[in-house]
Design a binder for this molecule. Structure first.
Ligand code: SF4
Ligand code: SF4
Length: 174
C-alpha cells in the first residue's frame, strides 16, 4: 500500500488549480474551510487501526494541491465512508465526500487498487463482489441448504457501464 503524506513536500508537486477541481464537485465545496483541528482523524474508525490513514492529512494535501501524490496513492481507498468525520467536523467540511471525490478523480485516471479491480471483474462475471469458493457451495449442498441466489451479472454490468464505470485507465471507476 503506497502512502500519501510521509514525504517532504516539494513546491513543484503543488498544483494550485487542484483545489478548484474539488471545490466544484458535489461534496467538495467546503474543502477550504478546514483549519486542521484533527477531529476527523481522532474520530475516524479506520485511522484507529492504521498507521498511515489520516483524513486530516488527506484534506490538507488536497488544499495544498498535491494531486499526483493523492491520486496515485491507495490511502484514500481505505475510507469506509462511515461519515463520522463529516458529522463531527466543526467547520462543516464534508470530509467523507471530499475523499469520495478524490477516489473518483483517481479512478478517472486509472488509479484503482487491485482489490477493487478484482471486485469489479467478479461482479461482471458472477454478480457477486467476491467469487464464492466451490468448496463452500458444495458444503451448502451437503448440509441441505438451498443454493445461493444467482447474481444478475448482465443487468449489473449494464448499470455499471451506464454510469461510466470501467472508463479511465483501470478496470473500473466510481
Ligand atoms: S475535523 Fe474538519 S476542520 Fe478539523 S481537521 Fe478534519 S476536516 Fe479539518
Ligand atoms: S468516512 Fe472515512 S475518513 Fe471519515 S471517519 Fe469514516 S472511515 Fe474515517
Amino acid at each position: 500500500m503506497s502512502e500519501t503524506g510521509q514525504k517532504l513536500i516539494k513546491a513543484s508537486e503543488m498544483n494550485a488549480s487542484f483545489k478548484y477541481e474539488i471545490l466544484k464537485m458535489h461534496g467538495g465545496e467546503k474543502l477550504m474551510r478546514c483549519f486542521q483541528c484533527g477531529t476527523c482523524t481522532s474520530d475516524c474508525p479506520v485511522a484507529r487501526f492504521s498507521d498511515t490513514y489520516r483524513p486530516r492529512q488527506i484534506i490538507r494535501m488536497a488544499q495544498l494541491g498535491l494531486k499526483d501524490r493523492i491520486l496515485s496513492s491507495d490511502t484514500s481507498w481505505l475510507c469506509a465512508s462511515c461519515f463520522t468525520c463529516t458529522d463531527r467536523c466543526p467547520q462543516d467540511v464534508e470530509v467523507a465526500s471530499v475523499i469520495r471525490v478524490l477516489r473518483n478523480l483517481a479512478a478517472e485516471e486509472g488509479h484503482i487498487p487491485l482489490v477493487f479491480k478484482e471486485q469489479y471483474a467478479s461482479i461482471l462475471e458472477s454478480g457477486y463482489a467476491y467469487k464464492i469458493p466451490e468448496l463452500r457451495l458444495k458444503k451448502r449442498e451437503t448440509l441441505g441448504l438451498p443454493p445461493l441466489p444467482r447474481g444478475n451479472a448482465e443487468s449489473i454490468g449494464k448499470v455499471l457501464r451506464g454510469i461510466g464505470f470501467g472508463k479511465g485507465g483501470g478496470n473500473g471507476g466510481t
